[in-house]
Design a protein around this ligand. Structure first.
Ligand code: APR
Length: 312
């Protein structure tokens, strides 16, 4: 393949992202992890699957950042999950170190790479990646909106029995409890969701979407969601490599859009070969604007917590 994507963190989400991408046959893939043997094992296992699925993507697992050299895209999934007794700030500090190192190490070998950040808290980890790497905002995009919107689309499909392909939902804002599912902009084959579904059913779907991550955590008992987050990363990487100019919700660095500055926030963006091609500004009514402001305040709080720990 002429294109190369490196995935930092070969855990559940990283390896599953490689899996989705290998089937798309759009790039050679490198999986990097600190655990010795694990990325090598997963990479080789995946490589051995390629003859069966008919893909010539090369997959390599490694502990050595030098193997990422010349990557077009770096996807950062490395990080720790919060453990009992660990405060949010403790987690922030640990993941900031991991993500910071992933960015500085990969930049040495791929100075022009575009970064997709998945490690949580992802809005703040994307902010850190941009600052640590001294990168232009076009080259750092956080995953979250595609996932949150996909959850809502899946719930609407379950409720209505309509194909997921006919369902467009837009969940914006920070990737947390204050995320903003925009029901006014969401539709089924062009028919506004608000006309299609009774208000109480729509409210239930919005609530389930907001708690979608927690629902999976509660079911899995150990770990968090990875199939859908990984599918979202794969879609972003494909849109960038193919210069699709795909409009999807992602976390982007705000420079005045939606009245926000110097922070990452989930908004509709256009993804193309330059990474973030454009931020699309929807017109928001009063209620939506209030929800945006509330979500932005929550994200800003985590950004401030990061700045108190790490000098950026
Ligand atoms: N460099 C490379 N990999 C690392 C490092 C590091 N410094 N530190 C930890 N890792 C690896 C771990 O060894 C592990 O394999 O990151 C991987 C994380 O994988 P999982 O624990 O399986 O977590 P996962 O479910 O993939 O989630 C990763 O994505 O959705 C977010 O909240 C989630 O922040 C978390 C991240």
């Amino acid at each position: 393949m002429t294109a190369k994507i490196s995935i930092i963190g070969a855990g559940m989400t990283g390896a599953t992202t490689a899996h989705w991408l290998s089937e798309r046959e759009i790039a050679d893939l490198v999986l990097v992890d600190v655990v010795e043997g694990m990325p090598q094992g997963k990479g080789l296992d995946m490589l051995e699957a390629m003859p069966i699925i008919g893909s010539d993507s090369h997959v390599l697992g490694t502990n050595d950042y030098a193997d990422t050299a010349g990557s077009d895209i770096i996807i950062v999934t490395a990080g720790l999950a919060r453990k009992p007794g660990m405060s949010r700030d403790d987690l922030l500090k640990v993941n900031a170190e991991i993500v910071g190192k992933a960015v500085t190490e990969t930049l040495k070998y791929s100075p022009n790479a575009i970064y997709i950040i998945l490690t949580n808290p992802l809005d703040t980890m994307a902010y850190l990646a941009m600052k640590v790497g001294n990168l232009p905002r076009e080259r750092v995009i956080g995953q979250a909106g595609i996932l949150d919107s996909a959850r809502m689309r899946a719930f609407v499909a379950m409720e209505t029995g309509v194909s997921v392909e006919n369902i467009d939902c837009y969940v914006l804002g920070g990737h947390g409890d204050e995320m903003v599912p925009l029901t006014r902009h969401s539709n089924i084959a062009g028919v506004p969701l608000r006309e299609y579904l009774p208000a109480d059913r729509l409210a239930a779907i919005v609530e389930r979407t907001r708690k979608g991550g927690g629902e999976i955590v509660n079911l899995l008992k150990t770990g968090s969601a990875y199939y859908a987050p990984a599918a979202a990363c794969a879609q972003m990487a494909e849109a960038i490599l193919k210069d699709k100019r795909l409009i999807v919700p992602c976390a982007a660095y705000m420079q005045g859009e939606y009245g926000l500055n110097d922070m990452f926030f989930g908004v509709p963006v256009m993804l193309g070969r330059n990474g973030l091609e454009k931020i699309i500004e929807y017109s928001l009514d009063g209620e939506e604007k209030a929800a945006f402001d509330k979500s932005a305040a929550a994200v800003r709080e985590t950004h401030e917590a990061l700045k108190a720990i790490v000098s950026l």
